[in-house]
Design a protein around this ligand. Structure first.
Ligand code: FAD
Ligand code: NAG
Length: 532
């Protein structure tokens, strides 16, 4: 059982690691060290600065509409209060009281509003369910949601402020106006990189230590002892060859988690989302203005089905002039060998000698001669592992299918942007669980020495200020509404499992997909979606 004196090691300083450290420290845990291979103390979570985790991003949607999932809706409503209190504290701080990378003008949560739209005249089922659930359980927030085409709602919205009519006009061209949906004026976006900088700052204020950067912060392997039938994790070894021992290791390494905890590949899978950007030049203030968050909302849009299903999201312009568009109509995985060769390649370590053995068991001996076992007791040898601009085997493009659909939608909805074409792209890696609920629990078979904290499934950023409260509960043996929802669970035979068991021969495996080339970023051929 962990206590406030226990030495706790957290691997990963993204949303899950930060929020966990924050809440444990507040609860009185005194000895917490967070490791991350990214030098967040120097690059401030800026995604153009070599960070490729899901949390290191320019912006993320904040919403409370949760398609009828009441627990998450309630958590988002609570998170909103904390986001707003963080906004307030930052605004009231002097510049020197804030961490580098943050100024008193920065608003972590911007409630520019969010339009949830879908093609066609009839309100989409998931939207109707969101509205109904809100009406039943949090009616005061339902009053701030307005159904498109509902005369009464549109009149109420007009009373709230004239700017909403303008925002509505900005997103009315999808499907030539033939759309259904609603706007939530209490939703918007968070400035993700700055939010992580602030959360890390709060952790440090509460005594959390950080070991950041390659190689001192980069985990090479866990130190695992075999004790009879049970294993016990006694610490980690980092790529500088040092060992760090602790009473509990919490792995919050996002989509890299299965490459650290072998058993986790049956619980979660790394899948890539396609993110596209349009950088608007400074001299085009005629476009900076209408896409400014004061005049432009976050939008969600869904249309079509089967192979042409589109689900996408767009954001207002950033202070740097960047418009971001995300596509997640289809999941993409990237199988890589998890045995010897890949471990070396992935972790880039030379300090440890690994001896591949038959049946994918890898025995590790650390440079200091400490006995260690990295047991790969799983049968499958290849797991989906993130590949980004900053990987050893870098990738600078995205699957053509999603890009083509995105181009078609953006050209239709925002024809004024067509001349620019997409100016940049990114593969952003989700950590999908078998049911899109998070995975926050002790890993079985390790005598409560190893804890997994991940499974964001594309929707955890908004919970940065509050997620760790429930991690803390689970660690302390306090049950709450999330204990069973987020328990350790693995893909089961015969079930769909959110595509987790498809494997590398599945239809979404990257090597089987056509990738875009730079010419595809231009809009000339928008509307002609290549049939793959
Ligand atoms: C394209 C995309 C869009 C999204 N949009 C939204 C949204 O709009 N709203 C929302 O609420 N959520 C959104 N999400 C989800 C949200 O971003 C994630 O759920 C959340 O950021 C995951 O945090 P994490 O801590 O699990 O992972 P990460 O942020 O990836 O953090 C894991 C950390 O582990 C570190 N690490 C990995 N391996 C090692 C190692 N060997 N040694 C040391 N450190 C290591 C990495 O450097 C990284 O910093 C989106 C996700 C994606 C991919
Ligand atoms: C944390 O634990 C380690 C190992 O037990 C110990 O050396 C160190 O002093 C502890 N630090 C704090 C702040 O308690």
């Amino acid at each position: 059982m962990v206590s406030s004196e226990s030495k706790i090691i957290i691997v990963g300083a993204g949303v899950f690691g930060l929020s966990t450290a924050f809440w444990l420290a507040r609860e009185g845990y005194k000895n917490i060290t967070v490791f991350d291979r990214c030098a967040f103390d120097k690059n401030y979570y800026n995604p153009s600065n070599g960070c490729d985790g899901a949390s290191a991003d320019i912006n993320k949607v904040f919403r409370m509409a949760y398609w009828g999932k009441l627990e998450y809706q309630a958590l988002a409503i609570e998170a909103r209060d904390v986001w707003l209190s963080w906004n307030k504290r930052i605004a009231e701080s002097g510049p020197s009281d804030l961490p580098a990378g943050l100024t008193p003008e920065d608003k972590l949560l911007d409630m520019c509003g969010c339009y949830f739209l879908a093609a066609g005249p009839t309100l989409r089922g998931s939207y109707a369910e969101s509205l109904d659930t809100m009406e039943r359980t949090a009616p005061e927030f339902r009053k701030m949601q307005f159904v498109k085409g509902n005369a009464e709602d549109e009149e109420r919205l007009g009373i709230i402020g004239a700017k909403w009519a303008g925002k509505h006009r900005m997103v009315q061209k999808f499907n030539r106006g033939n759309t259904n949906g609603f706007v939530d004026v209490n939703a918007g976006f968070t400035i993700a990189d700055k939010a992580c900088v602030y959360a890390r700052f709060l952790c440090e204020q509460d005594g959390v230590k950080f070991v950041l950067g390659d190689s001192q912060g980069k985990i090479e392997t866990m130190v695992v002892e075999q004790r009879g039938q049970q294993k016990k994790v006694t610490g980690i070894q980092t790529c500088d060859g040092r060992s760090h021992f602790g009473d509990l290791v919490i792995v919050a390494a996002g989509s890299w988690t299965p490459s650290i905890i072998p058993e986790a590949h049956r619980a979660i899978e790394a899948t890539a989302g396609t993110v596209m950007f349009i950088d608007i030049p400074r001299h085009r203030q005629d476009l900076w203005e209408p896409f400014h968050p004061d005049n432009f909302p976050v939008w969600f849009y869904q249309k079509g089905d089967g192979d042409d299903y589109f689900e996408g999201v767009g954001f207002p312009i950033t202070k740097e002039g960047r418009l971001k568009f995300g596509f997640r109509g289809r999941k993409v995985s990237e199988a890589q060998c998890s045995c010897y060769r890949l471990m070396i390649q992935m972790f880039g370590c030379r300090a440890v000698h690994q001896f591949p053995r038959p049946s994918h068991r890898t025995q590790s001996v650390c440079s200091k001669g400490l006995p260690m076992f990295a047991m790969h007791a799983h049968k499958r040898s290849r797991i989906s592992t993130p590949r980004t601009k900053y990987s050893n085997n870098p990738i600078g493009t995205v699957p053509l299918h999603g890009l083509s659909l995105m181009k078609e939608v953006v050209a239709e909805a925002f024809p004024e942007l067509a001349d620019f074409g997409f100016t940049d792209s990114k593969l952003c890696w989700y950590t999908d669980s078998i049911d899109n609920d998070y995975v926050i629990d002790f890993v079985p078979g390790y005598s409560d020495s190893l804890f997994i904290c991940t499974g964001g499934s594309g929707h955890a950023f908004k919970f940065l200020p509050i997620l760790g409260r429930h991690v803390k509960n689970r660690l302390g043996g306090v049950s709450d509404q999330f204990t069973s929802l987020w328990k350790w669970r693995v893909a089961e035979g015969g079930k769909e499992n959110n595509g987790l068991s498809e494997g590398e021969t599945g239809p979404r495996e990257m090597s089987n997909l056509q990738m875009a080339d730079p010419r595809d970023f231009k809009f000339e051929n928008a509307g002609v979606v290549s049939k793959l």
